[in-house]
Structures are given as structure tokens and as C-alpha cells.
Design a protein around this ligand. Sequence first.
Ligand SMILES: *Cc1c(COP(=O)(O)O)cnc(C)c1O
Length: 227
Amino acid sequence: MQNIEKNLIDINHQIESAALEFKRDPKDISLLAVSKKKPTEDIRGAYACGQRDFGENYLQEALEKVEELSDLNIVWHFIGAVQSNKTRPLAQNFHWVHCIDRLKTAKRLSEQRPQSMPPLNLCIQVNVDQEASKAGVRLDEVDQLAEKIAELPAIRLRGLMAIPAPQADFDSQRKPFAQLRQALERLNHKGLDCDTLSMGMTHDMDAAIAEGATVVRIGTAIFGERL
Ligand SMILES: *Cc1c(COP(=O)(O)O)cnc(C)c1O
């Protein structure tokens, strides 16, 4: 637990110094703590240090944690693959879903979002490396999907998300993030009001910040290695 506190301080410093290095306001970058496979005590520990946004990948695990931690004022993000027949619990329990790559899934989330809740925040996942095995739409498919999702009543389209293939050096890491930033700029140019670039993990956070990340999704550097 002591480690989580120190890790959070360190990662927040790292975000701040990367922001300053690339002439950005640190306040424009929010830290999403990725707690998958970590116990709820770790989440409580991070929460006690002021962390509010948490990300989970696996639906069953995520729902158990939401329930167990319902006494806390957590902003829950779902960052795993969304099965289109399991959208209802996401619509009912989460504030954000980051990995949308089909209109059908977004439509169901919109239909299932309880009217008592604010619109569900969505990001479109982009397969920037065009790897056949990976989730996400191609860069040339982003605009069409975004325009349709933006019309859904109980959804707020916030922006784009990507998980690029790991690269060892900084310049190679920047490239896919730059493509995602350009895609977001195109959407805004077309009049879609998007403010979110969900990109950057423990190993490539600085490169993502250099290219405009507004949400960095960090697991290992906060909670340690996952088994
Ligand atoms: C696990 C995961 C992360 C966090 O990765 P770390 O390398 O542990 O920082 C971020 N985003 C997604 C989508 C993940 O699945």
C-alpha cells in the first residue's frame, strides 16, 4: 500500500514533467488507474491517495469491484473488449467505455443506459497498426463510425482510444499516437465535439503525452506487475 502511494506520486510527477517538456498544461491530462487483476484493497489504497478514475478490463471482475466499492465516489472506465450481448451491465454501471469499434454495440449501450444517469462517455478504439488480430476500426473508418455514434441520444462521444504495438524507442512510439491525434483533429474539424485521446500505458506514456494524450491508462507503474 505504501508502494501505491509512492507510485502514484511518482507517476503524477512524470505526467507533469512530460507535459511541461511538450508545452502542455498538466491539468489537461488525467490519470486512469488500471486496476485489472488487482484486489479491491489496492483500489481503496489508491482512492485514499486521491485517485478517482479507475479502469477495468474484465466484465465479471469489474462488476464485482463496482459493487464492493459502491461506498466510494469512483469514476469507472471499462477498457476491455465489449461483447455486444453483454452491454447492459456496462450501460448501468460505468461512466466511460473506451473500446467501441462497432455501431451495434454503441446503439445497445445507448438504448440500455438508464434515463436517470447522464449520457455514457464513449471512445472509439482505433487499430492504428492495422494488425489483423487486433480490435479497433481502421483510421479510414473512424469518421463514419464517429458521425453515427455522435447521434445516439444516451451517448456522449468523447474521442479516440488506441493500444499501439509496443515499440522500444520514443520516436517509433510517437508515430501511432500522432495518427490518432490527427484523426481526432479531423473529427473536430467536421464539427464533432471530441475532447479525449485515451492513449499511453506504462511503457509509452511520455510519447502519448507528447502527441496530445488527455487520458493515460496506467496499471503496472501504480499497482506493480500483474500475475
Ligand atoms: C492493462 C491495460 C492498460 C495498463 O497497462 P500497463 O502496461 O500495466 O500500464 C492500459 N490500457 C489497456 C487497454 C489495458 O488493457
